[in-house]
Design a protein around this ligand. Sequence first.
Ligand SMILES: C[S@@+](CC[C@H](N)C(=O)[O-])C[C@H]1O[C@@H](n2cnc3c(N)ncnc32)[C@H](O)[C@@H]1O
Ligand code: SF4
Length: 464
Amino acid sequence: MMDKKNKSTLFDKELLKRYSKPGPRYTSYPTAPMFSEEIGPDDFRNEISKTNDASEPANLSLYFHIPFCDTLCYFCACNMMITHDDDKKERYLGYLKKEIDMIAELTENDRKVSQMHWGGGTPSYLPPSQIVSLGKYIRESFTFDDDAEVSVEIDPRGLTREHLEAFKEIGFNRISMGVQDFDPDVQKAINRIQPEDMTIQVVDWCRELGFESINLDLIYGLPHQSVEKFSKTIKSVIDIKPERIATFNYAHVPWMKKHQTLIKEEWLPSTDEKLKLLNLVIDEFTSAGYEFIGMDHFAFPDDEIVIAQNNGTLHRNFQGYTTKKGCDLVAMGITGISEVGDIYAQNVKTLEEYYEVIDNGELATFKGYKLSKEDKLRKEIIMQLMCHFYLNKTSFGEVNDLIFDEHFSDALEAMEPMEKDGLLEMTDESITVLPVGRLLIRNITMSFDEYLTDKKEKKFSKTI
Ligand SMILES: C[S@@+](CC[C@H](N)C(=O)[O-])C[C@H]1O[C@@H](n2cnc3c(N)ncnc32)[C@H](O)[C@@H]1O
Ligand code: SF4
């Protein structure tokens, strides 16, 4: 476990610059480029059956992908599509309900749901009546734990109090809100006009309606951002006092997301400026009383996510950090990725394909990955380091009946330069990520990734 001292993050600009390179965020291991069409609906169905038959079947974490948005944010790297047609949304929800029927039938009734998340796209871009209708359908199809964590991604633009009332009515207790940056020049360049007052109004409504936790998303590295201007956004966010803050590193991947070419490279902050922005973010939020969890996330010290990090129970999945370790994650809707038993399974990506497979009474899985014994070991190590910045090699070796330093000699060799650079401390017993290495956790964990090749690495966004 980590003591308070090691939780501080030391900012070393030269080191960060030197280590900045493309790398995965490890919401899964192996990562999505390793998924193949060898895994299909039958594998997914069999894996669900297998997990049902376990002596104590894991609880479920449900994810629903709502891909629709009103306008295109030029920076966006999410799986989304623009539409202004409520009938198109209605049709999608009809098919989603058919997928829910299939999944509910497969996962047995006594498997409780301890977590649900709606992501996108923009789930709050559904009209309130559709939100309630989908929510009720899900509640009738699955059995929820009384204290289930139920969260949704919303966009304050175009949102009304009725939307929030609809989410409340169907049991949502956590709200995650896109902000990105309050600066008008930045907002213009990213095609996302969202006045500060609008965000504050929506936060006020959330609090009046009694949502337990509010998260705000920011991005650093956007066009025209500067330390001076971004510090104003940060101050405004601190005044709003959200329970959690995500400050994402802008992933500029125009080779994957063509619309990002609408952001001219010369508008982007230089590497130096971007590092200053990162430094500012960490300084300001930690000075305001937030804890830096790692990988861009901040929360107050009494937040369950910080408590989970301190007591070693934090976990990471496709939605990022979570306190609900050990759930089987079942994703529904286009592009959704499930993590059940030893399998990752991703749904088809287009509406046409989705409607076709569902019409054929088939699950929507089109590719995935089955983890080998070795993959599972490496996944556990990567996730432990990402969540706790610490790994006890001795107990890991004992539990898994192996000699750690021999079994993972490739990774230890890859980490040698990082140890010399002070990113981590390696003893016979453990690996501890040192303060200066916390921002480079992606680089450190990449040492355990057996599948990274230069070609694959280039597909990812930069680690810093
Ligand atoms: C699905 S959106 C959140 C909900 C809603 N669509 C919105 O934008 O308000 C998820 C979040 O991903 C982040 N995001 C999207 N594209 C990104 C990129 N290229 N780099 C870093 N973060 C990105 C944004 O912070 C965004 O709020
Ligand atoms: S950032 Fe959110 S609102 Fe903007 S296009 Fe992406 S998913 Fe839609």
